[in-house]
Design a protein around this ligand. Structure first.
Ligand code: SF4
Length: 227
């Protein structure tokens, strides 16, 4: 089966998706956190909160934590795991996430704090953050692409599903899919393309029953039921 890359370029798909979907900052916890301009660490906190839950709940948890404890590195360093946990219940897995947030704060502080996150080589930041229990590839790549505009492609459940349906990768393997999406869209579009794939996956290319009849890419997609 030919993949989407055989019939249309990533640049063109990006254009089609950008015209079809409006990305609202208020719908994505990571963009909410970034737009507050309080530094890099709060963005990392927001991505951890978004693990295994939707953006609505993670935005609530992030804003509650920000109001009660604070989300900057020094706020988290000065807070107890219990204080963090009790502020983020709505995001689910609250005890685990609170422990991860605390662990990552301590690790980042040892490495130089905000300076490390903002100025160190992004691949070294990636390597260090991945050492923290509870922090995985997707969390780090979302963080690095939003805060550092690093040449990485974050793969969440929607991007994974769409990439496989498009035939960009054969296996449900994070690194393989991430590399394929990065190559297809190009590093300069990676951050926005990630967001557009989420919009496509949420609204049209749904897990159980993709709505191919209303998909703007139906005539190019090898998995389209319309072809
Ligand atoms: S055509 Fe169907 S399977 Fe392909 S991207 Fe669109 S909704 Fe998904």
């Amino acid at each position: 089966m030919a993949g989407i890359a055989d019939v249309i370029s990533g640049g063109e798909v990006f254009r089609v998706l950008s015209e079809a979907f409006r990305v609202d900052v208020g719908e994505y916890v990571v963009l909410v956190a970034h737009s507050l301009g309080e530094g890099a660490f709060p963005v990392l906190v927001s991505v951890i909160l978004s693990q295994n839950t939707n953006d609505r709940n993670s935005i609530k948890a992030f804003l509650t934590l920000r109001g009660r404890v604070g989300v900057r590195l020094e706020d988290i360093l000065g807070a107890s795991v219990d204080d963090i946990a009790s502020s983020i219940r709505v995001a689910g897995l609250w005890r685990q996430k609170a422990e991860t947030i605390k662990r990552v704060a301590e690790h980042v502080a040892r490495l130089g704090g905000e300076d490390f996150l903002l100025r160190e080589d992004p691949f070294r930041v990636r390597e260090e953050l991945l050492k923290v229990k509870g922090v995985g590839f997707k969390t780090v790549d979302v963080f690095l692409s939003v805060v550092r505009r690093a040449p990485v492609f974050a793969v969440d459940t929607h991007a994974m599903r769409v990439a496989l349906r498009w035939g960009l990768a054969r296996r449900r393997d994070y690194m393989e899919v991430s590399r394929a999406l990065l190559e297809y869209f190009g590093a300069e579009r990676a951050e926005e393309a990630h967001r557009l794939l989420i919009a496509l996956g949420r609204r049209v290319c749904k897990a159980r029953s993709p709505r191919c009849w209303e998909c703007p890419l139906a005539s190019y997609c090898p998995s389209s039921s319309k072809r």
